[in-house]
Design a protein. Sequence first.
Lengths: 447, 234, 337
Amino acid sequence: MSDTPARFPLRLARAPRKPLLFAAMAALIGLVGIGQSWSLALTIMNLCLISAIMTLGVNIQWGYAGLFNAGVMGFAALGGLAGVLVSMPPVGAAWRAGGAGVVLALAMGLVTIAAAMLVYRRLRRPASRKLAVALVVAAGYFAARALFEPAVRAIEGVDPSRTGYLGGFGLPVVLSWFAGGALAAGAAWAAGKISLGLRADYLAIATLGISEIIVAFLKYEEWLARGVKNVTGLPRPVPYEVDLQAAARFREWAESLGASPVELSSIVVKLCYAGLFALVLLVLMWLSEAALRSPWGRMMRAIRDNETAAEAMGKDVTARHLQVFVLGSAVVGIAGAMLATLDGQFTPTTYHPLRFTFLIWVMVIVGGSGNNWGAVLGGFMVWYAWVEAEPLGLWLMDLLTFPLGADHPLRVHLMDSAAHMRLVVMGVVLLLVLRFAPQGLIPEERR
Amino acid sequence: MSFLTGADLVGGYGGPDILRGCAIAAERGEITVVVGPNGAGKSTAMRALFGMLTLRSGSVRLGGEDITALAPQARARKGMGFVPQTDNVFRSMTVQENLEMGAFVRDDDISGTLDEVYGLFPALKDKRRQPAGELSGGQRQQVAIGRALMNRPRVLMLDEPSAGVSPIVTRELFERILDIAQSGVAVLIVEQNARQALELADKGYVLVQGRNRFTGTGEMLLANPEVRQSFLGG
Amino acid sequence: MEDIVNAVVLLTNFLVVPATAYGCQLALGALGVTLVYGVLRFSNFAHGETMAFGAMVTILFTWLLQYQGVTLGPLPTALLALPAGMAVTAGLCLLTDRWVFRFYRRSRAQPVMLLVVSVGVMFVLNGIIRFVIGPADRVFTDGARFLFTVRDFKAWTGLSEGLAIKTTQTLSVVVAIILVAALFWFLEKTRTGKSMRAFSDNEDLALLSGINPERVVAVTWLIVGCLAAVAGTLYGLDKSFKPFTFLSLLLPIFAAAIVGGLGNPLGAIVGGFVVAFSEVLLTYPYRKFLAYLGPEGWRPDGLVQFLSTDYKFAVSFFILVVVLLVKPTGIFSGRSS
C-alpha cells in the first residue's frame, strides 16, 4: 500500500508513451521538411516506411520466436529481384536465343534431383548408395551445365548494353510485392529446413551464408536480372513527374497553391508512394497484431519463453519455428520489392550486410523486440538517425576541427571520415539499449 | 560444535523457499548421510553448504569459522570438496588431467596425493591417459571423487554417488568412501538409495519439505519403524 | 612423363600453394571463433572486425617503422609491427569484454543475446576502422615479393610449367605453425591452459575446482586478440587490406569452426584447411591440367571448372550445410548444445 503514491505518476507517464513517441517521430520528419526540404522529408519518410516493414518482418522472427536471422539482406534482395521479374517487359530476342536452353537446364536439374532420390530409395547398401547418388548428382550437374552455359551466352549476347537478359513478365509492379514475399519465403523455407532445430547460432550463420550467396547469385547471373549491370527504369505504380508537369490541370493547381510545378510534382509522386507504402504497413501491422493476439501467437511466445516446457507439452517447436521464420522472411521480401519499386531500379551491388541486415537489427532492438509498434517506431527512428547522422556528423566535425585551420591534414582526414562515425553511433546505440533498456522504446506487452 | 555445520538454512533458487530451516552437521572421520523423499531439499541443502545458492537466513560454519558469505571457489580453498551428481568429470580431458584440475588451487607438489588417489582407485591408474568421457559410469564416479580428493579436502560432499551405477559398483564405491572417512575426512552424502547409505552412516538426517524430520545414527534410523515405513519402503 | 610432372607443378602452383596459405589464415581465424565459443559460449560476429582491427593497427605501426626507415630486409616490415598489433588487439578484446560482454556473462544471458551484442561490437569496430584508416584498399607488404619466382623454378628444373612461392605465403604458413604449436603447448601443458580447457568442458565443475572464471575469460580474450591480429595481418599481407572483406570472411571462418566442431581447437585448424582447399579445388579451372594429362595436342573445351570463382563463398556454405545435415557436432565433435 505504501508504494502506491510513488507508482502512480510512473503509470501516468507510461500510458501515453506510444502516441507520444510516434508524435515525436512525426515532428522530427517535419523538422527536416522545414529545415531542409519537404521533398527530402518525404524521401526519408518513404524509406522509413520500408524500413518499418522490414523491421516488422525481423521482429516476427526475433520478437515472437527468438530466432536470429542474419540474412535479412538476402531476403530483401530477392524482393528486389521480384521487382525486375514481375514488372520488366520480356526480352523476346533473348527468350528466342536461349530461353529454351535455360528452361531445359532447369528441367535437367529437377530430373537430377528426382533421379538421385530414386537411386537413394532403390539401393540398400549405404556405401554403394552414397556413391551412386554422388555419381547421379555429378552427372546431372554437368549435363545441366552443358545445356545452361551456351544458352546463357546466347541470352547475354542479345543487345548486352541494353538488355542481355530474359526480362520479366511485364506485369504491374505492385504484383512484385507479393512475388517478392513468395520468393523470400521459399528461400527461408530452405534455409530453415537445414538449420532450425539445431543451435540458435547455426541459424544465424546459415542465414548469413544464404544471404551472401543470394547476393552473389544476383550479381553474377546476368541472364536473370543483368547482374552488376543493373536493371533501371522499373515501371512505376504512381504517375511520373514529367506527365504531371505536362498536364494543364496540374499546372493550374500548382499555380493556385503558389508552388513551382516541378517541386510540387516531386512531392505529389512521393506522397503517392507514401500512401501505398503506408497502406501495406497498415495491412501487415493489422495482420501481425491479430497473429500476436491469436492462440498461435500465444503459443509462439510460450515456445520462445520456455522451449523445453513447450516441447514437453507436445508442441513441435522446430515446425513452429520454421513457420515463423518463413513468415518473417516473406515480410522482408515484400519490403525488398517495395524498395526496388521506390528506387525504380535493381542494383545488386548496393546490398551490403551492414546496411541491410545488421541495421535492421538495430531497428528491432531499439524499437522493442516483441512489440510490433516498437518495431515500426524503431524502423522509423533508426533510419532517420542513419540518414541524418551524416550531415549532422559532418557539421559537428567541421565545428570541432575548425580551430585546426582549413587545410590541416588531420582536419581533412577527419572531415573525410566523418561519415563512418554513424556506424560507431549505431553500434553504441545498440549496445546501450541492450544494456540499459533491453525492452526497447516500446516494450513488449504482457498479455 | 561439529566440524561443518549448517544451521537454520532458509533459501531456494529465487522462487519459493526450498530449505525451510533445516540444520545439518558433519564430523571429521565420520560419514553423514542425508536422505528424504524427492523434492525434500537434500541436494539443495548440500549446495547451500557449498555456497552455490544464496541463503535468506541461516549460517554455515567450517571448523568454527563462519563461511556463510564465501563463494564456492573460496570454500574449495578452505578445504571443501564437492562431487556433483551429474556432469562431474571433464569429459574431454584425461583422467590424470581431471585429477590435476582437482588440485588447481594447490601450489605445492601434488604427486603424493596423485599416488594416494591411484592407490584408492587402482583402475584409474591404467586409464590415466584416457579421456574421462570414455570411461564407464562407475569409473567416471571414481574420477569425480578422485578429483575432489586431490585438494586434500577436510570435508567431502557427495551428491547421490550411486546414481546411474550398478548395485555391485555402488557397494565397492561405498567401501572406498568408508576408507576416505577413516582417513579423517568429514564425509557428507546425499542419497536416494537410502537403505544402503544409512547402513554406512555414522549419522543420518531425514529431510522432509526442507526441514529436519528425523536425526540419529544410521542404525537408529534404520530401526525406526516410522522411517522404515515412510522412506525406506517398509 | 614430363607432362605429368608439369601437371603436378601446375596444380601445386595454382592450387596447393595458395590454398595452404589461405588455409593457415582461415585456421587462425577459426581458432579465435572456436576459443570464444568454447569458453564464453557464443558465436562472436565481431571476430571478422577484430581481425581487421588487428591488421589495421599492424599497418599503422608498419607505416611508422617505414617512415623511420626501419625495414626487415627481404621480409615485410609488417612482421616487426605485428607484436604491437597483437598487443593492441588483445587490449581491445579485454576492453570490450570489460565494457560489454562481462555484464551479460554475469547475468547468465542466453547465448543468442550475446550474439546480438556482438553485432553491436561489430558495428562499432567497423566504424572505428573506417574512421581511422578509411574504406580503401591498402597494400602494405614490402621486402622481397617471392621466395622464388616462376623463372627461378623453370631455370632449376627445365620444366615448361613454373612454380612460384610468395614471401607472404611462406610467412602465413611459418607464422601459423609457430602460433598453433605455441597455443597447443599452452593448452596441453600449462596449468592455465588446462584450466581453460576445463572451463570450456564443464563450467560448473571448473568453478567447484576453484578455477577463477574471470582469469580464464581474460586469458581467452588475450589469446583471441593475438590470433585475430595475426590472422588479419597475414590475410592482408597475402591479399590486400580492405576493411569490408573481413565481414565476408566471417562465413568461411564460421564454416571452418563448425566443420571442425565448435569449441574444438584442433577441429578449427582442420576445418580451416577443409574449407580453403574445397574453395580452391572447386573454383580452379582444370583445363590446362587436363590438357597435360590427355593425348598430345588435345584440350578440353571450356574451363573445366566446377564452380565460378564468383561463388567461392558458396563453397563454405555448402560444406556448412553438409556438416549441419550429416553431423551437426562437426568432425571432431564440438558442442552441439
